[in-house]
Design a protein around this ligand. Sequence first.
Ligand code: SF4
Length: 227
Amino acid sequence: MAHSTATLRLAVGDLRIVHPVTVPSGPVEAADIVPALQGLVNAVVAAAEAGRTVSCRKGCGACCRQLVPVSPSEGERLLCVVAALPRERREALQARFAAAETAIEGAGLDQRQGRSDRDLSVAYFALRLPCPFLEDESCSIHQERPLICREYLVSSPPQLCAGPTQEGVTPLPVPKVSLAARGLQDEADDWFPLALLMAWRRTRPRRTTRRTGPEWMQRFLRQLGRK
Ligand code: SF4
């Protein structure tokens, strides 16, 4: 399929970003433009990081026990990533997802039950549940990790990230471009916890809307403008 490239000039928070994006020219599903969004978020994070000291290192997966909200478009992309893994790795991953699902349901955290985002996040972190994609305290899908994982970097000492209350943890002020991906397929705020990816797959409405890559990108930028 042919591709179209455009140079985006964006003001995101205090940052000025000039970034070329390439998307399929023809009709595709929203998940197909996720790689372009990954590139854009990488550019925003790089600009936010410039001149700052980041404590995050490979092999420190303390933050990978937090609730990771992902959009349906990213969910579809991640399901393709999982489907492309060799069978042994896929089965091991499926087992970790099943264990996470049992723990989350057991704690009653698969439903909001009137909790605020903050309360839900605190209760989730208290479970100390490793992300199913975490292997040897490193992300096994680093190139494909969700947008919000890319945006989370800290400048405080790494040991604070494992503390029960996260007290003293200082995240870098990275604009949350990932939020705009949540409204890509419709205008509602739409997300689910990454650890429930397989549960979401069983129940999700299969969206088959196809738009051209530039049309999806325009929708994303409109959402970004509203955040
Ligand atoms: S996807 Fe990767 S970076 Fe994100 S929480 Fe899971 S292991 Fe960590």
